[in-house]
Design a protein around this ligand. Sequence first.
Ligand code: ADP
Length: 272
Amino acid sequence: SLIRINEINHEEPEITDAPGVQDYEIEGNVEFRRLNFAYDGKQVLHDVNLQIPAGSSLAIVGPTGSGKTTLVDLIPRIYDADPGMVLIDGRPIREYTLSSLRRNIGFVPQETFLFSDRIRENIALGVETATDAEIRISAAAANIAADIESFPESYETVVGERGITLSGGQKQRTAIARALIRNPRILVLDDALSSVDTHTEDKILNHLRDVMKGRTTIFISHRVSTVRNADRIAVLHGGRIVELGTHEELLALNGYYNDLYNKQRLEEELAE
Ligand code: ADP
């Protein structure tokens, strides 16, 4: 086991700070400029041009495999696009130190990883200075505080293999609390509400709207009910942005978004 752990400890990350990078304040304007991106020669994003003004919200919809996750992964440099294709506040992201870039981004991935540790440590991951009050405020904003407070030892409860098992939705909300505690200028949610019911989803989104006022929010979702209130919605198809606008504007285009809307409305009617 120690050999395997050492292998990981000695692995050099491929994405690192270039010489001369600096810490900059981040306001939160995110831009993709003539962005192309390929995995091992297979191109998955084609000429993406998009500006997301600081403080606004953008929802991304589109079929599986259209490049949604890849697009948001490029913002905190989980993968690297070519220089100058991804910018924050007009400055290529490679000019920021990785630490200043990532400190300002709250990122909720599709698959959440919780450590078998106390829930407070899971929320405060990466923010050593977090106080109990800050942990509680983040949990409340992510709509998980009441659940946690009903656990036997509240925030001291151990989760995971040595402790209690959380539902998929509770895990997702814990991950949202973990992202919010960084007090990020930019929040990215990659399908982060897929395991909660629509009622809980509405509650979380309402909280988030308050928390994220003045900050940039980018979220991927399949539910029209989730994305319809975003300032703008982008439809990604085959690695290209094929529709961009508000809910009403996209409905009027009679394209992918309008189909999605009609399909989900029909599903709801059938469910009733
Ligand atoms: P979406 O989020 O819209 O489902 P993704 O960004 O996950 O789309 O995937 C876009 C395309 O890139 C798909 O064809 C997928 O198979 C491919 N892809 C995603 N991640 C990787 C990876 N790490 N290595 C190689 N190909 C990948």
